[in-house]
Design a protein around this ligand. Structure first.
Ligand code: 13P
Length: 249
């Protein structure tokens, strides 16, 4: 059975002191939930976050990693470095990495292979831009993002994959996909995976929705049968909002 997941992507926000404060607030208020709860602070604060959450069920995940095992890649972080500090899940393919740091499908496929080879669970982000949706190409774009990054994997590898559908036009814009739009795309994603692999792979993979999820809209989005949780940006930076979103699942 697939897991329900609520993850907070903190992006380039929160210094060390703010990280500690937010984590302490979150773990103090964490409701009982069947969902896995994850937070992704910036690299420099990952170790501190792991220590802070030692006695909490909140998991610390990374926002990015490099595809090489080690070497002359100034400014980059390897799979081993993450594992070594107790981080075993990594976001890969966020639209901000694609848009601002030139991460192509080819690069992302390499990162995913390296992550899986090292036993790191991958939260793979993808989603269409506004233009694609306006021109009716959103299904085609999403299918090709999935195919290029994930369809050469072995079936077994899928137990280590979490998907996060994040339509670019909904990220940080306050404009959310409607629950119906989210459900329609999530069902399409599941069908595409079932066709490429099989029904059990498709049924067992968690597909999160991301893009302006807030306490006020989370419950309705999460109520859709193919939406298994959310990847939350802005609202994950405010303890009470993130807690309310966890409660919504
Ligand atoms: P917002 O929730 O701020 O729209 O960000 C979504 C996101 O990009 C999560 O990865």
């Amino acid at each position: 059975m697939r897991s329900k997941i609520v993850a907070g992507n903190w992006k380039m926000n929160k210094n060390l002191e703010e990280t500690e404060t937010l984590l302490t607030e979150l773990s103090g208020k964490l409701p009982d939930s069947e969902a896995e709860v994850m937070v992704a602070p910036t690299f420099v604060n990952l170790s501190a976050a792991v220590r802070n959450l030692e006695n909490s069920s909140i998991q610390v995940i990374a926002q990015n990693m490099h595809f090489a095992e080690s070497g002359a890649y100034t400014g980059e972080i390897s799979a081993d470095m993450l594992l070594n500090i107790g981080v075993d899940t990594c976001i890969i393919g966020h639209s901000e990495r694609r848009a601002y740091f030139g991460e192509t499908d080819e690069i992302l496929a390499k990162k995913i292979k390296t992550a899986l080879k090292n036993g790191i669970r991958v939260m793979f982000c993808f989603g269409e831009e506004l233009e694609d949706r306006k021109s009716g190409n959103h299904f085609k774009v999403v299918e090709s993002q999935l195919k290029n990054a994930l369809f050469s994997l072995d079936k077994d590898a899928w137990s280590k994959i979490i998907l996060a559908y994040e339509p670019v036009w909904a990220i940080g814009t306050g404009e959310t996909a409607s629950p119906e739009q989210a459900q329609e795309m999530h069902a399409f994603i599941r069908k595409t995976i079932a066709e490429a692999f099989d029904a059990s792979v498709a049924d067992n993979v968690s597909i999160l929705y991301g893009g302006s999820v807030k306490p006020g809209n989370a419950a309705e989005i999460f109520s859709k049968p193919d939406v298994d949780g959310g990847l939350i940006g802005g609202a994950s930076l405010v303890a009470n909002d993130f807690i309310d979103i966890i409660k919504a699942i």
